[in-house]
Each structure stands twice: as C-alpha cells, then as structure tokens.
Design a protein around this ligand. Sequence first.
Ligand code: NI
Length: 190
Amino acid sequence: MSIKPIVAYGDPVLKKKAQPIAQDDPQLKELLTDMWDTMYNAQGVGLAAPQIGRSLRLFVIDATPFAEEEPELDGFKKVFINAEILEEEGKEWLFNEGCLSFPELREDISRKPQIRIRYQDEEFNTHEEQYDGITARIIQHEYDHIDGKLMVDHFSPLKKTLLRKKLQNISKGSVNVSYPMKFPLRGGKR
Ligand code: NI
C-alpha cells in the first residue's frame, strides 16, 4: 500500500494542463497502485494524477458507490490514460459534486449529460466510448483535472466570492479531513 497525500486547492499542480503518458513509462504500474490506494483510502469514486502531485494525463474511477442510484455503475472500475473528450451533448443539468482536493465542499455544477471519449487502458489499448448520466458526470469531473480545471472554475463570480473564506481555509488546511493531504498554504502533510 502506498497512500499519497492528496493535494488541496491552491496548489499550482492542480492548475496545470497535464502531460501525456508514454506506453513504456516504467513508473506507470507503481503510479496506478498508488492512485487506487489513495483513492480508496479517501473513499473517493475518482482520482486524477495531478491530485497526488503528478502532472500526467491519467485518472481512475470506481463508481460502485453510485450503483444504488444507477445500477449500470455496479463494478464500473476503469483506468483512463491520455483521455480525450471528443464530444459533449445535450441540455446542461445540475449535479452535486465533491472533490477530494476540496474537503467539506459540495456544490451543484452544471454540465452536459452525454459524452464521447477516447482513452487508453492500462495495457494501452485504445477505446472510444459513450457515456451519459452520473457516469459521464464522474468522467467529466476527473477529465477536468487533467486539463488543469477545477470545481471553482465552474462557479459564477458571485459564488466564488461567497465561498472565498471557505476556499482559503481549504488551502490553509483549516478543514476536517480523514485522509492525508498536502496544503499549499500550510506545507507538509497531515
Ligand atoms: Ni476532483
């Protein structure tokens, strides 16, 4: 087991557009183990590599906790390497999102309901698939991370102003969190 500290909002690595992963990357296997361990330890349904400080186009999803609401998500466990969202369609809908880099914050975010995505799995086989509903939503959230986009980037200027103090507390580490994190305005681990 190798649980890594999750980077909190305010760390520049979360704002960077992440780099593609090469097929012969010798560190990929270990990185994937760390990602799963870190995600499950934090009881997350998704985690992107920048959230553990690695600016790489990789995210993992295990959406099983949503299986009660959406039965097709039972056993939905996937690795997305070098993903590219090819299309987003439909009328935007609101869904309450959370993010491991923003403990204690949950906000309604508006996104389109259908996506088409191309990605590679851990054996570097290329897939092109369509998703909708909560599945698409989870993928869109994680995909944002590899493009350096965060929940706050979806907020209106007013919402951002109203949440300013809360966001500062996240960066400072003034939050209750049950998993190890790295806070940019505090430094070190917790
Ligand atoms: Ni997130």
